[in-house]
Design a protein around this ligand. Structure first.
Ligand code: HEM
Length: 396
């Protein structure tokens, strides 16, 4: 594209981080996608990518769209995340990522799959007896809390219950400067204090991911700070995300009885139905990158040094890529969803999260004919994550 055909970036005052937008973001994503391939959001001086192709291209182009200055939307959070896998570019990223991939390698995760399926069966048997339950705490949260915390190695003490709350606070803290972001600093402090004082290598459960991470630090493959930040990434990225993905998928299935009937008739649809839930509700809505030089995106120049919001959530509903993007189709099987990121920083926990979700929905499909919402779900706005606080549901 020559400079004469370049288009100026479209500006908008739309604030994606207002309470109203966080509670109902989908119409805003449509507006932002329609405004152009790149949008400048003046409220927080953030450039934004909202269309599927542009989001995927930026996630691949790590040299132009760097994570090394952090992926949060404010400088303090980015300073605090220094040393985190999420805040690195290759080649350093490769070394630290290898430690995490080793810990989350499918073979190792599969060793625990038997347990996951058995626990899911027992859980759903119990829920069938109860009939009425909360889809978030009683269904979505159980396996991450019972299994993933053990896998990560967090000591089995009363502190454990607080990790989910601290992690949600940490996600809020990743948002642009503002009250919602500032008010959650105590959660960030509490999580870091817990990791430094309570989740130390001598207290972590044996054979856990945490032990693998600290052994890599002992061998000098990663620094102590990188080990600490990796533990923080597990706590933040590995728990609330899975809970949100599972509870949101349950919500969508309950709203679409024909789709639940299809899953029950053909349980092979279960993995794709979970991906469809992740696509539509996208537990991590967006992170950001910083441009290392002027970058052209479909004829629009993003200047060097700009912070660019990369919206997995808006991309996942882009009608340029997904036909009828707002409908839940259990047989769509959107394996190419960017809900787990893409390329260099793609989610290393995708296998584990899918394994938990597939076990839960597989167990449910064998037993529950109907899923009925018995009240309105409650949602707490969060700068980064989208999930439910409560989901009153009845099964039979
Ligand atoms: C439904 C569940 C999950 C969703 C939707 C999800 C989503 C994501 C996304 C969007 C990214 C990309 C970040 C980027 O582009 O910068 C990511 C990365 C990451 N996820 Fe997940 N995640 C989930 C589950 C998990 C689990 C279970 C774990 C660990 C036990 C985990 C650990 C991580 C880590 C450590 C990264 C950073 C990878 C890197 O920077 O190379 N996630 N996740």
């Amino acid at each position: 594209m020559t400079s004469s055909t370049r288009t100026t970036v479209v500006e908008t005052e739309l604030d994606l981080f207002s309470t109203e937008a966080l509670l109902d973001p989908v119409p805003h994503y449509q507006t932002l996608r329609d405004l152009g391939p790149v949008v400048h959001m003046t409220e927080h001086d953030l450039y934004g990518l909202f269309r599927y192709d542009q989001v995927r291209a930026a996630l691949t182009d790590w040299e132009g769209f760097s994570s090394a200055q952090g992926i949060a939307m404010n400088p303090t959070a980015n300073e605090l995340s220094d040393g985190s896998l999420l805040s690195m570019d290759p080649p350093r990223h490769r070394a630290v990522r290898k430690v995490m991939d080793d810990a989350l390698r499918p073979k190792y995760v599969r060793q625990v799959a038997g347990n996951i399926e058995q626990l899911a069966d027992e859980l759903v048997d119990d829920l069938m007896r109860r009939k009425d339950f909360d889809g978030v705490t009683d269904f979505g949260a159980k396996l991450p809390v019972d299994i993933v915390m053990d896998l990560i190695g967090f000591p089995r003490d009363e502190q454990r219950d607080k990790i989910l709350v601290w992690a949600l606070g940490a996600f809020n803290y990743f948002g642009p400067p503002g009250d919602r972001q500032l008010s959650t600093f105590p959660d960030v402090q509490a999580l870091m204090q817990y990791l430094v004082a309570d989740a130390t290598p001598d207290k972590l459960l044996p054979d856990s991911f945490g032990q693998i991470v600290w052994e890599a630090a002992d061998r000098g493959e990663i620094s102590e700070n990188e080990a600490l930040m990796t533990m923080s990434a597990y706590a933040c990225a590995g728990l609330d995300t899975t809970i949100a993905g599972v509870a949101s998928t349950l919500w969508l299935l309950a709203q679409n009885p024909d789709q639940w009937a299809a899953v029950r008739a053909d349980p092979k649809l279960v993995p794709g139905a979970f991906l469809e839930g992740v696509r539509l509700e996208t537990p991590i809505q967006h992170f950001s990158r910083v441009t290392t030089e002027n970058r052209d995106v479909d004829g629009v120049t993003i200047p060097k040094g700009a912070r660019v919001l990369v919206s997995y959530a808006a991309a996942n509903r882009d009608e340029r890529h997904y036909p009828e993007p707002d409908s839940f189709q259990a047989d769509r099987n959107p394996a190419d969803t960017v809900g787990f990121g893409f390329d260099v920083h793609n989610c290393p926990g995708r296998t584990l999260a899918s394994m938990e979700a597939n076990a839960l929905f597989g167990a449910l499909a064998k037993r529950a004919t109907t899923l009925e919402l018995t009240g309105d779900p409650i949602r707490e706005p969060n700068n980064i994550t989208r999930g439910l606080e409560t989901l009153p549901i009845r099964i039979s």
